[in-house]
Design a protein around this ligand. Structure first.
Ligand code: DLZ
Ligand code: SF4
Length: 518
């Protein structure tokens, strides 16, 4: 490669956007773009094989597109970079070697999504011997600073108020008088319908793996065979144009009912009316704001109802942005939070799906197959179980981070510690999302296919979620009974027969002993 390199531009695996800040003013004449498949990034948690194959293929396609534009791309495949012991197994090792090869005047990189990498980046400056220009990641509506300003001095950091700000800022679903369309900000109450039996949800767009994807899959099969998950069938989009097609397919086939059935779950149904675009958004293949504007147009032109459009837009400019803001506001301490002092190891069946609890079996099996589950499966089945069973937040976190193709720590950690486990003691939510089997029964048909009886609280057939729920309430009464939003449940508990409560607690203890010993 030329020795007259001006800028070495390092693009990380989840920065696959042509408009990412580190590439914005790139000059093919003077600059080199560095991309690297990094052993440490695949193994610091042992990511799902499908996730690694997706990222490697998407990175390779992105590099090829940049080359086709005339850029010099120094693409380092895993075969070049080696493992942790060798120099190239880490971001810093790869960068040092690349600086040595190209002798640039400076290195440009967009800030990473994860605190761990950002922390590491601080040490790069001393290691590389040339200036390091770390640019903001402006692929988000709200910058880290702006979120900090919004949060400062506020007692409560609830998403709803932040979301309204983002609606105002973007003008999405706002009328000419600055009011929310439909007269309400949030149509969540209309997004909880149970799936009727005679409904046949569409399939998401699927893409046949091309030669590049096949090569990435072979590499992953050879190098990470001991990681969780199934490599086949592989059907994800791996380029910006495929991701755009996948999103358009969602808009055409699923968006109108997305709102109604956002929280529903059904036996054998993996995606229902969900978009399955989180992995494309978070890797940079789709632009969040563009997706929201497209969805808004469907509503304005009468092809999608407001509860669908608003629900979709809230997930993106509300929840996704808010979660990122919380992450950067609260890290690194946030990762250490453990409000309930939960220390139980993650049960083995989170890896195998081998459990009689049908809801968990369904959600975990599809996670293994697809590196995907939708938000209610994550929150109210695997998350709720982990909360009730007192699984250590760090173990739960690691699981979510590695099993889902869309998961990066910035999005996954607050969702786990804040939403699912209430480990943060109430930064995100006002109360834990603890729930008995009743919720799962209301929102799915899982219970009909289960060997347990969701109506029973004790006895050999009783649904474990039921006795675990009441056991959780008793065990954490000192931490929760003062919470106004829990008052009703504690009243119900008070009225319960003491023997019944004792029987549930006994059964919970025996059950939890059982999962611990495998
Ligand atoms: C998640 C991931 C994986 C599995 N592999 C790579 C890789 O080989 N090279 C790379 O540049 N990035 C990878 N990533 C994404 C990084 O972990 C991501 O950039 C950080 O999590 C920061 O957000
Ligand atoms: Fe899950 Fe209980 Fe329903 Fe079985 S009965 S599917 S364990 S909620």
């Amino acid at each position: 490669m030329s020795s007259s390199t001006k800028n070495l531009r390092f693009v990380l695996g989840d920065q696959l956007s042509r408009g990412v800040s580190s590439l914005r003013d790139a000059d093919p004449e003077t600059d080199v773009i560095l991309m690297a498949e990094i052993h440490d990034e695949c193994t610091y948690v042992r990511h799902h094989v499908k996730k690694i194959a997706f990222l490697f293929s998407a990175m390779r396609h992105f590099a090829a597109e940049l080359e086709a534009e005339g850029f010099r791309v120094d693409y380092r495949s895993l075969n070049d970079t080696g493992d942790t012991e060798s120099l190239g197994g880490s971001f810093s090792g790869e960068l040092i070697a690349a600086v040595d090869r190209h002798k640039p005047e400076r290195v440009i990189v967009t800030e990473p999504g994860e605190w761990r990498v950002r922390d590491n980046m601080n040490s790069w400056v001393d290691q590389i011997g040339v200036p390091l220009d770390i640019q903001a990641d402006d692929r988000f509506v709200c910058s880290i600073n702006e979120f900090g300003q919004w949060a400062s001095g506020r007692k409560s950091l609830r998403m709803e108020y932040f979301y309204r700000e983002m609606r105002r800022k973007t003008g999405l679903l706002m009328d000419d008088f600055g009011e929310p369309m439909g007269g309400k900000w949030n149509f969540d109450a209309e997004n909880r319908r149970k799936l009727p039996q005679q409904l046949f949800p569409p399939e998401p767009a699927r893409f046949e793996p091309d030669g590049t994807t096949r090569e990435a899959m072979d590499l992953v099969a050879a190098r990470f065979s001991d990681h969780f998950g199934d490599l086949e069938p592989f059907w994800f989009a791996v380029t910006q144009s495929e991701a755009a097609r996948a999103f358009e397919h969602f808009v055409q086939t699923a968006l109108p009912l997305f709102g109604d059935y956002q929280d529903a779950m059904a036996q054998g149904e993996k995606t229902l009316y969900h978009a399955v675009i989180g992995l494309y958004l978070n890797a940079g293949l789709l632009d969040p704001l563009e997706c929201c504007r497209r969805v808004e147009r469907e509503y304005r032109e009468g092809r999608a109802p407001l509860n669908a459009a608003e629900g979709f837009i809230r997930q993106i400019i509300g929840w996704r942005e808010y979660i990122r803001g919380i992450y950067w506001l609260k890290m690194p301490d946030y990762a250490e939070t453990n409000f309930f002092d939960a220390h139980r190891p993650l049960p083995d069946f989170y890896w195998t799906g081998d459990t009689d609890m049908n809801c968990l079996r369904q959600c975990i099996t599809q996670t293994k197959e697809e590196a995907y589950a939708h938000h209610i499966q994550r929150l109210m089945v695997t998350g709720n179980f982990a909360l009730l069973a007192g699984i250590a937040p760090k173990e739960v976190c690691e699981w979510y981070l590695l099993v889902y193709a869309d998961a990066y720590e910035w999005v996954e950690l607050p969702n786990t510690h804040g939403m699912a486990l209430f480990a943060d003691g109430g930064v995100l939510g006002s109360k834990p999302y603890a729930s008995s089997g009743k919720y799962i029964d209301r929102m799915s048909d899982y219970c009909r296919h289960c060997r347990y009886d969701v109506r029973k609280g004790t006895g050999p057939d009783a649904c474990p979620f039921n006795y675990l729920y009441w056991n959780f309430m008793v065990e954490n009464a000192d931490k929760l009974s003062g919470n106004q939003r829990m008052t009703m449940m504690y009243r119900t508990l008070e009225r319960m027969d003491d023997d019944r409560v004792a029987a549930m607690r006994e059964q919970a203890a025996a059950f939890l002993d059982g999962i611990n010993s495998g």
